[in-house]
Design a protein around this ligand. Structure first.
Ligand code: ASP
Length: 315
């Protein structure tokens, strides 16, 4: 049987993304960024790169883009700090690496990859994660790089309202109007291998030390060549309680559900745990699914004709 062609899907977070407070010019800039990034990572896959390298590269680009809640532009916790979570997983053998509540790194996903390659542990947190990354030559970053004026304003407003919020769920107008979120990528490569990566600043005004679903294998990130690769976005606590990424894998593996049916069910299930959001997934046959139960989810993929597709709302 011939192998399915490579596939690539990205997300930039799910949420309300209120169009009223999102100027057209800004929306177009975000769409253009998503298109540029999906094309750049796609070029790697087309040139024969491993899915693992393609998803890492896509997430590095998303982290470096200040529109999104990951790396530069990540949201602030209740203490006014950027504490980031990230994970990456290889579907070939389920090797995985993650960092949680880590400060002062430019690209947490690179640190997660370093944890995976090192192989001794799966998840490192806080100062230990930062020390590990710096010892491996990864770039530090200070607040001048990581923190944008928009995020400081978001925190002030979240504090005033006593709210811990998903980045894109805030309803007040912001100067630039954007509501970007967590980022993720899933890919199937030419060898038939799957990989997933997720990176986030978490939720605005979260308690210091709070860790979300993104860096946790089986909650926000999962990949297994036998089934699918998945990255979630939305209320992390719900995806953790739902073990959502693993739930998608399990539905495919043990119940033989189709990817789109299973992915939709997983998002609906997460509502039981008080959350909202969405996920991106690709299965071993090259099918993709991008369900969400919020008004919008930033997303981009390459269609079967090789053309980039970018969407925010139900379009
Ligand atoms: N899932 C992320 C978290 O809870 C937030 C998001 O997706 O925007 O940390």
């Amino acid at each position: 049987m011939s192998r399915p062609a490579p596939r690539l899907v990205l997300h930039g977070g799910a949420g309300v993304i209120d169009p009223q407070h999102f100027p057209e010019a800004r929306r177009e800039a975000v769409r253009a960024a998503l298109e540029r990034i999906v094309l750049e990572a796609w070029a790697l896959l087309q040139a024969g790169a491993a899915a693992l390298d393609a998803v890492e590269h896509a997430v590095v680009l998303l982290e470096d883009c200040e529109f999104f809640n990951a790396g530069r532009g990540a949201v602030l916790n209740a203490a006014g700090e950027v504490e980031m979570d990230a994970a990456i997983m290889d579907g070939r053998d389920r090797r995985a690496g993650g960092v949680a509540a880590v400060c002062g790194l430019r690209n947490p996903i690179r640190a997660a990859r370093a944890v995976l390659e090192d192989g001794q542990h799966v998840l490192l947190g806080g100062q230990g994660a930062r020390d590990f990354a710096l010892a491996r030559g990864l770039a530090p970053a200070d607040d001048d790089w990581l923190v944008t004026p928009e995020r400081r304003l978001q925190l002030q407003r979240a504090r005033a309202a006593g709210r811990v919020s998903l980045d894109h769920d805030e309803v007040y107008p912001s100067p630039s109007g954007e509501r970007m979120g967590t980022v993720g990528a899933v890919a199937l490569d030419a060898e038939g291998h799957l990989a997933a990566a997720t990176s986030t600043g978490g939720m605005t005004n979260k308690l210091p030390g709070r860790i979300g679903d993104s860096p946790l294998v089986g909650a926000g990130t999962f990949a297994d060549d036998a089934t699918c690769a998945v990255s979630t976005t939305g209320t992390g606590e719900a995806f953790m309680r739902g073990v959502s990424a693993f739930d998608l894998h399990a539905r495919l593996r043990y119940r033989g559900e189709a990817l789109d049916v299973a992915a939709q069910a997983v998002v609906e299930e997460s509502r039981r745990f008080g959350g909202s959001g969405g996920l991106i997934a690709v299965d071993r046959h090259g099918n993709i699914a991008l369900p969400f139960d919020t008004p919008g989810m930033y997303r981009a993929f390459i269609d079967r004709d090789g053309a980039p597709r970018v969407a925010i709302y139900r379009e």
